[in-house]
Write a protein that binds this ligand. Sequence first.
Ligand SMILES: [Zn+2]
Length: 559
Amino acid sequence: MAKQMKKAATSRVPAPGTTARGFQVMAIHVTEKRGRRAFEALRADRPASNTFALAESLPKNLDPESAAKRILAHAFASDAMPTLVDDEASSFRSLGVETVPLTGTTIVKFRQQIRGIPVFASLVSVELDDDNELVSLNSSLAKPDLASYVASISPLDALKRIADLAGYGRQLPDGVPTLNLFLDHGGKWRLAYIVEDVRSRTKGKASPAQHQIPLVHDYVIDARSGALVAELPRTPALRHGTASAPDDLGNMQTFNIEMKDGKRVMRDARLNIETYDLRYRDPLDGTLPGKLVKHPWSPAAVSAHTHAAVVTTYLRKVLKRNNIDNMGGRVVSTVKCVVEQFERPPGSKVWLNALWDGKQMLYGQDLFNGRLRSMASSLSVVAHELFHGVTGGTARLIYLGESGALNESYSDIFGTLIANSKQPDIGKWHWQVGCGMAVRDMQNPTQDNQPKLMKDFVQLPLTLNHDLGGVHLNSGIHNYAAFNIMTANDGRKFIFTPKELAAMFYIALTQQLSRQSTFADSRRAVVLATRSLFRNLPQTQIDIRVAAVKAGFAAAGIR
Ligand SMILES: [Zn+2]
């Protein structure tokens, strides 16, 4: 049945919101009245549609991916869902199917394509129950207005341009340029080649005022003019990383090792964790990951190894995630790194940083009581940084501006959840994230000069000198919303358990967010995740939990 635009006026589903970045967003869930009605109307409309004309094409007779594809095609064509973007040039490419053990649902993600070209950062998440019927539908779609969809430079030209920018000279970086429709930060749509995960070979790009070294970037090259559109940093780095948290290096730890060529090495085969030592060399010299740590064990390596094990075990047990990449892949840490450019004072081996470089963990060290102490000694720092790896492999939130602040906040949320995971009473949790002087406080962001309300969002240039648009600054707003949700209570007890909180934020991040998501997108995502997690409870119980989430975001001014 063709969509009649005049029906939009009597729509059962409210018009979708349009975000500032030019995407139309819409989210509905079966636990809401309007969602239930819309999904029922869609089912009632099936006999009239070509998509579901045959019994064998009904969702329960298909695999989840085929079912989701048909449900989406039908929803776009049907009168029952008049508010989805109705664009005949659009098609949808599956990004894969994921079963979510935490909710017992299956989520199929799609990317919007126009004339076969993917729309960067677009996302449709179709959540299905056991019968492959809709649990929720969340879409973020665009209508790019390009004059031409034909590239005038070749993929090879784009790679050469990137080789030049990233310091490769005549060599070409690894990676395949893919055409995308990309909305630049000026709000202009571009036909662009994107090459992901290009490791930089230029030294000294970062300003000395920062302890940051973006090692890996995604490059966006205009496919018409060859101009650089964006250089998207993939290096979330900890700022002001001064460690003076309780020193755990003196504590005895038990960890898994392996025998290799008759020697004991720091490899945990069960969790697939490996820990390396760079012996105070510069990771920019191309020596990563360094030497696999052998017995006798250095205290820095013990900290990195045992903390990586705590985080990996949490991922597996609480989030049902199989390591950072969810495929059981290696979790690699390197201790004793010194980026010479930021060594303070020169020759001291002090490099105040810990970071996920897009592929592995790097740890520097500070000076504590006259002794070098690894940044790996703080569990909240390790968890924060490793979670950048989870984000990088899922929502892949661009590390600039609002999406960058959201990336930071999700790392703070899981840094907090993991560092407090041995304390079941949320009332006794610590809300400071980082090490030493509390670098960020989720409860009182303003204490560390972060804003905590949306109206105080700080607009900064998207440059290194301005913290890539204030990613460590504006994260305070989303952190505060998360704090409100984590501590939401009915006057007698907390509304959510730590495990439920972890599941809500994890599902929101990994299933409902995309590269340019905003705080408002996160609000929608956490609400959907909450509805799915508790969908089998009585409606009043669902409503209490959804209200707590909405109130948490509202208190930070995120709507
Ligand atoms: Zn970070």
